[in-house]
Structures are given as C-alpha cells and as structure tokens.
Design a protein around this ligand. Structure first.
Ligand SMILES: Cc1ncc(COP(=O)(O)O)c(C=O)c1O
Length: 465
C-alpha cells in the first residue's frame, strides 16, 4: 500500500521515501520471522481452534504478522519461547504498569488463592474497603464499586448516569477509546457524526445514543451539551488512545463548567491517564469529576476495575427505588469485586504503584521523552513526542495534535510497523497500538537509553543516513 517510491504529502511524513521504507520493512519482517521461529510455529498450529489464531483477537496487532509467544515476564523484562529477552515498554498496554508479577502482588495472590482460598465467593473481604479508601484518597470520589475490567467500569457508570439524570445520551470525543463500550464507537466525520469504521455488530447506531465533540474545542462541546439530553461526558482528561492529546490550558476547567451549566455529569476514565500520577490526571490536576473509572494497572495484572462516585451521586443512586443495583438491573457481575482481584489491587496500590514509585517512573519517562526529542530535533524531523507522567508517545506531525481527529490524520501504519519491528528485533517492545511507551517501577535508565539509541538508528536508516 505504501510502496512505489511515492512521497507522502503529509507534512510530518513527507520526509519519508516510501520505497526505502518498504525495503526496510521487508528486511525487518524477515529478521523477525528468522529469530522467532518457535513463536511462528506455535502461531501456525494455533489457528485450528483459536479464532484468528490467538486467544484474543487484538493479539493480531503485533507487527511482523504473528505475535511473540510469552515464556516468562518479571518487572520490565519479558522472554519469548525462542529465548529472546525484551525490555518491555508495552507493559500489557498498561495492564502491567506495576511491572510484570511484582513480588508483593505475587505474595498476596498466592496467599489468597492458596493458603486462605476462595477466589470468588460472592462474599466481601476486608481488603475492599481499604482499596476504596485508597482510591478515594488518590482520585477524590467518595464511594467505590468494583468490576473486572475498565470496560465494565465505564459500562456500568454509563447506566448509573442515565438512571440518575433521566437523560438518554452520552458524549464522547472523536477517536476516543474507553473499552468495548457500545456508545463510544463514534467519530466526527466531514459530514457529521458517524459510527466508527469497523464498529462490529453495533447493537444500535451510536449516533442515536451518543453526541461527539472534538477534544479542546470548547464551543463544539457547548453546542452538543446545549441539547440538554446528555447524561454524562465520558472522557480521558488527556486522550491516550490516538496518540496522546493533552488538554490545552483552561480546557478541562471549561468542560467542568459547561457540564455543570447544562446538567450533565462528568466521568473521568483514568485507565490510561493513571500514568499522570498516583491519582491520575484527576489527582495531579485537581479535577473534580462526578465519577472516576479505572481498570488495568491497579490490579498488578490480575483482572479488575473500579468506578468511584461522588457522595451526592452515590446517595441519589442508592435512594432511587426504580434502580435495581443489587440484582438483575444491568449493573454488576458475578466475579466483580472478588477476593483475588481485590487483594491484588490492595497489594499493588499499597506496595507497588505508590506515590514514591510514580516519582521515579515519571522521571524515567522524562528521560525517554528528552532522548526522543533530541533525536527528532537533531535530524530536523517534523515529528513530536508528548509525555503524560510515566507514559510518552511519538507522533508523525510537527506539533502535538490538538484533537483525536488531528492525531488520527498523523497516523502511518507503515512507519509504525517499521519502528516497532526495528525495536522488537533488537530487544525492545513498545505498545503495538500506535507508539506508546510506559515506565513501570522496574524500568531503568539503561532501558530508556537503549530505546533512545535504537530509535536514533532506526530513524537514520529511514532517512538514508
Ligand atoms: C481509556 C481506556 N478505558 C477503558 C479501556 C478498557 O480496558 P479493558 O480492555 O481492560 O476493559 C481502555 C483500554 O485500552 C482504555 O484505554
């Protein structure tokens, strides 16, 4: 698709000779297949009974045409079944932000599951109240409930806001991602809102359930909220799933003001923006949403999720006799809040992703960002890198995108594939979705510097230096 020596007209990508890129990708693919023979063969055998040849179809996203098969993972290191060792900046796309199998979580999980027993019993354990209090300290909301994924935290939060406000719609940002939440697969196209391409078997057209705005566009948000049919804005305080899009000064204050003015609730999805600090962006930037949702990292890799409600909202929902939240009313799950995931959250928050750990992780991401920025600057590349706490991401445009749609326009799957393969072939993994790197407490300066050197070398080859 990108071969033939054409030169892209896009400002950030015009520097790239497409024929050279195509040749480099071929070379890296060949090397990838040669050095991962066991993974390739396991993948070849898996197709008979695994849909798409993988346990979960997203695992097809890895560059090179097949996923590496995991052998072991500890801290920031991962080994595949061919014996290749990787420095892992993907960290399970944030699920392993605590590092792989950190010792305190190993212990807590082993003790709960083995010694004490009872992973899932439909009975509470005392750890849950500790975790709720800690989430409250970090993120603000007073009352918490648990799920098994961030997707479910968002789904259930959306039900609660509709119930409380008696409004039918929600508002999300174009090119957002909040998990497989039906309402959120909508984008702003040239001719208006429409279902995001690829939206699989959508139960209803999302234009019926959802309003959509561009991030950082205050007037556009107000226009949508003025319909007064939006129960809640569901947002990441900084977008992280279409590259990183930071809020401009005053934008989040305007969102809060407008949501209050139009009777709309505000949900901060901190699943990825947790990287901004111990309390995510909500804590770091002193935001005051009505609801915070989170998942992935807080369980140290054990499935979990949570949503926190302001005390006003919690009182409203508990007092609402038409809302069945203790049986089959659409909010809840049999394994949610189970003893195993709760103890994993406790160990992670109490002993691994602590306030002190964040300081180290954020400093490392600063080093990573500075290194990449130096490479970009010294080669006069029209690219940029954005940091969000312990996370950083490069994008192929001269200045950081202001919205999801702008960021989407700067995407280039071929350049992504080349960079990802180049790094993976030399022992560094970044997230297979766009160019995200994340630090965990076990990441080191040497890991960061290795990435910087490889990024420089990859870029130089791409530029024909
Ligand atoms: C911001 C955000 N929210 C929610 C989710 C859903 O997480 P999960 O797939 O673990 O349910 C994701 C996943 O990438 C996410 O990035």
């Amino acid at each position: 698709m990108h071969s033939g020596g054409q030169v892209s007209q896009d400002t950030g990508l015009a520097v790239i000779d497409r024929r050279r890129l195509s040749d480099l990708i071929e070379r890296e693919r060949a090397q990838h297949a040669a050095s991962h023979a066991a993974s390739l063969s396991a993948f070849g055998r898996a197709g008979e009974h695994l849909l798409g040849g993988v346990p979960m179809t997203w695992m097809r996203m890895w560059p090179g045409g097949f996923p590496l098969y995991l052998a072991t993972a500890h801290g920031a290191r991962l080994t595949d079944i061919d014996g290749n060792i990787f420095t892992d900046f993907c960290l399970g796309d944030t699920g392993a932000m605590a590092g792989h199998s950190p010792a305190p979580v190993q212990l807590a999980v082993a003790q709960r599951y083995g010694e004490l027993g009872g992973a899932t019993t439909m009975l509470p354990t005392e750890d849950a109240a500790w975790v709720a209090a800690e989430l409250s300290r970090r993120f603000g909301p007073a009352q918490w409930s648990f799920t098994l994924s961030a997707t479910d935290a968002n789904r259930w939060a959306l039900r609660l806001v509709r119930q409380v406000t008696r409004r039918p719609k929600v508002l999300v940002y174009s090119y957002c991602y909040h998990g497989s939440v039906d309402e959120s697969f909508i984008i702003n196209a040239k001719d208006g809102p429409r279902s995001r391409p690829g939206n699989t078997g959508a139960p209803v057209d999302p234009t019926l359930t959802t309003r959509v705005a561009e991030f950082n566009d205050i007037a556009g948000l107000e226009r949508e909220l003025a319909h007064r049919d939006v129960a809640a804005v569901l947002m990441e305080p900084a977008m992280t799933n279409i590259g990183i899009v930071l809020p401009e000064p005053g934008y989040l204050a305007a969102v809060r003001e407008l949501t209050k003015a139009y009777g709309t609730l505000l949900i901060n999805d901190e699943t990825h923006t947790f990287s901004a600090g111990p309390g995510g962006c909500t804590g770091a930037w002193r935001l005051e949403p009505d609801i915070v949702t989170i998942g992935k990292a807080i369980g140290g890799g054990i499935p979990c999720g949570a949503y926190g409600l302001s005390s006003v909202l919690a009182e409203q929902i508990l007092a609402d006799e038409s809302a069945d939240i203790v049986d089959t009313g659409g909010v809840g799950g049999t394994l949610a809040g189970n003893a195993l995931s709760v103890v994993a959250m406790r160990a992670t928050l109490e002993q691994v992703l602590t306030d002190d750990a964040f300081a180290v992780m954020i400093a490392l991401a600063g080093r990573y960002t500075a290194g990449v920025r130096e490479v970009i600057g010294s080669r006069a590349l029209p690219w940029n890198i954005v940091q969000l706490g312990a996370r950083a991401e490069y994008r192929f445009c001269p200045s950081p995108p202001r919205s999801g749609s702008e960021s989407n326009a700067a995407a280039d799957p071929a350049v992504d594939e080349y960079l990802h393969l180049y790094l993976a072939n030399r022992g560094v993994l970044i997230t297979p979705f766009h160019n995200m790197a994340l630090m965990c407490p076990a990441s080191t300066r040497a890991d960061v510097d290795t990435h910087t050197e490889l990024f420089a070398a990859a870029v130089d080859e791409l530029l024909g230096r």
